[in-house]
Design a protein around this ligand. Structure first.
Ligand code: NIG
Ligand code: FE
Length: 418
C-alpha cells in the first residue's frame, strides 16, 4: 500500500461504500451510509488508500510529514455532491419574489417577460470579470458548506453566443476554485422574446451549438426545461440527439410544475438524471427505475416557490435512485448549501436522514456520471471529505442549515475549516 499523507482517525466514519456494485443506491440500500464507529480513513496524493477502525491506522506506512487528524468521535464523511445548480447569474429577483408571494404564478411571470428573462437581462449586462467573480464566490460558499463536487449550468444567456460566453466564464471560475465542477449547457431554458416568431429556428440553433460546446470542452451535459408553455419533449428531442452525437450526457428539468411526460422522455433518452420530477407520473417513475436513472429532487425550489414538493417515498417505493441538489438560482431556489437541502429533503419530501445523506453524496455523484470517482470513502476514490461538529450525522437533517461542517478536504487538500 502506498504511504498515507493524510489520516483522519477516531471518527464516526460514513464510508458510503458500494454494497454489491457501483450502481446508484435504491430500494433497501437507499439509506445505507456504511457507518464505522471509531473509524479512520487514509489518503495519499488526494486519493483514498484505506479505511478501517480502532488503532489499525497505526500500522499504515506514512510519509514523515503526514497530517493526522483526531476527529474525537465526530462524523467524517464524503463531501457533498450538488448535482444541479444555476449559479452563473447576475442580479436579484426581490421584486418578483414579493409579487409571487402575493399570489402571482411562476409560469405567468415568465410568460410576461419576467422570471428567467429578468435574470437573462442582468446576466448579459455583466462583464466576464464580474460574472466570473460572482461564480467563484458562490463556489467558495458552497465549498465552505461542505460541497466538494458541484454541477453548474449556463442558461441565463439563451442566445447561443451568450450561452457560450457564460460557459467560458464558468470554466474560468472552475479553474480557480478548490472543488470539482461539472459544467452543463442549459440550452433550452426559455424562448427569448425576440424569437417568439421563429421558435423552430431558435431551437435548431441551440441544438447546432452543442457540437461547438463539446469541441471546446465547455460542458459535460446538455439540459432543457421541459414544462407546460416552455419547451415540450418533441422540441427537445433534436437537442438530446445532438448531445448524444457529441458525446455529452443529457439531463432534463422534468415535470417540475406539471406532468408533461418529461420524466419518461428522460428515461427514453438514457439521461444522466431526471431533475425536479415533482409531478412525474407513475409511468415516469417506472421508466426511471427500469433504466436505473437517478431522480434529482430539488426541495429548495418547492419550498421557496410554494408548490407541492416531490414525494420521495413514491420514488423509493418504485426503486428509483434518489439524489438531491440545491438548484441554487435567483428565481426558485436561493439555497446555497447542501445541509439545508438535506434538511428540506427530510422535512418536505419524506426521506429519512440516512436516505438524504446517500442522496447528497454517492447518488449525487452518480447523477453527475462520477459514481466511481467520488461520493464514497473507499480505496481509489478522490479524498473528498468533510468533518462535522457532531457525532450523529442525523443532525444534518435536524439542524435546518446549522453550521455543522467544520472541515472540508477536496482531493485530500484542506480547503475550508470552521
Ligand atoms: O430549476 N425551472 C427552471 N429553471 C430553474 C429556475 C430558473 C429561474 O427561475 O431563474 C429551476 O427552478
Ligand atoms: Fe434547475
Amino acid at each position: 500500500m502506498s504511504e498515507a499523507d493524510l489520516i483522519i482517525r477516531r471518527a464516526r466514519l460514513l464510508t458510503l461504500a458500494p454494497l454489491k456494485d457501483e450502481r446508484p443506491r435504491a430500494g433497501v440500500a437507499a439509506g445505507d451510509v456504511g457507518a464505522v464507529d471509531d473509524g479512520w480513513v487514509a489518503s495519499r496524493d488526494g486519493v483514498v488508500v484505506a479505511t478501517g477502525h480502532g488503532a489499525t491506522w497505526e500500522r499504515l506506512d506514512r510519509v514523515p510529514s503526514a497530517t493526522i487528524v483526531d476527529a474525537g468521535g465526530a462524523v467524517a464523511m464524503p463531501g457533498f455532491v450538488d448535482p444541479h445548480t444555476h449559479l452563473c447569474y447576475a442580479g436579484q429577483r426581490w421584486d418578483e419574489f414579493v409579487t409571487r408571494k402575493s399570489g402571482a404564478d411562476y409560469l405567468a411571470v415568465l410568460e410576461r417577460g419576467g422570471g428567467i428573462h429578468a435574470t437573462v437581462r442582468a446576466t448579459r449586462e455583466a462583464s466576464d470579470d464580474a460574472l466570473a467573480d460572482l461564480v467563484a464566490r458562490r463556489l467558495a460558499t458552497a465549498a465552505s458548506l461542505g460541497t466538494t463536487t458541484i454541477e453548474v449550468k449556463s442558461g441565463y444567456g439563451l442566445e447561443p453566443a451568450e450561452e457560450l460566453r457564460q460557459l467560458r466564464v464558468i470554466a474560468r471560475a472552475a479553474k480557480t476554485c478548490a472543488i470539482d465542477v461539472s459544467p452543463t449547457y442549459l440550452a433550452l431554458h426559455a424562448l427569448p422574446r425576440e424569437h417568439a416568431d421563429d421558435r423552430k429556428a431558435f431551437i435548431a440553433e441551440a441544438a447546432a451549438t452543442v457540437a461547438l460546446v463539446a469541441s471546446e470542452g465547455l460542458a459535460e451535459a446538455v439540459d432543457a426545461f421541459v414544462e407546460q408553455g416552455v419547451f415540450d419533449t418533441k422540441e427537445v428531442r433534436p437537442l438530446a440527439k445532438a448531445a448524444h452525437d457529441a458525446g455529452l450526457a443529457v439531463t432534463v428539468h422534468a415535470d417540475q410544475l406539471n406532468d408533461v411526460g418529461a420524466t419518461e422522455f428522460a428515461a427514453r433518452q438514457k439521461a444522466r438524471s431526471a431533475d425536479h420530477v415533482a409531478n412525474a407520473s407513475a409511468d415516469g417513475l417506472r421508466a426511471l427505475a427500469r433504466a436505473g436513472i437517478p431522480a434529482v429532487l430539488l426541495p429548495g425550489s418547492a419550498f421557496f416557490v410554494g408548490y407541492t414538493p416531490p414525494d420521495a417515498r413514491r420514488f423509493l417505493a418504485a426503486d428509483v435512485p434518489l439524489a438531491i441538489a440545491t438548484d441554487h438560482n435567483p428565481g426558485t431556489s436561493p439555497l446555497v448549501g447542501m445541509p439545508t437541502a438535506i434538511a428540506l429533503a427530510v422535512t418536505l419530501c419524506g426521506m429519512t436522514p440516512h436516505q438524504a445523506i446517500v442522496a447528497a453524496t454517492i447518488n449525487g455523484a452518480h447523477a453527475l456520471g462520477r459514481g466511481e470517482r467520488t461520493g464514497a470513502l473507499v480505496r481509489g476514490r478522490r479524498a473528498d471529505l468533510i468533518l462535522l461538529r457532531t457525532d450523529d450525522e442525523r443532525e444534518l437533517a435536524y439542524g435546518l442549515g446549522a453550521p455543522l461542517v467544520t472541515a472540508v478536504f477536496s482531493a485530500g487538500t484542506p480547503i475550508a475549516r470552521a
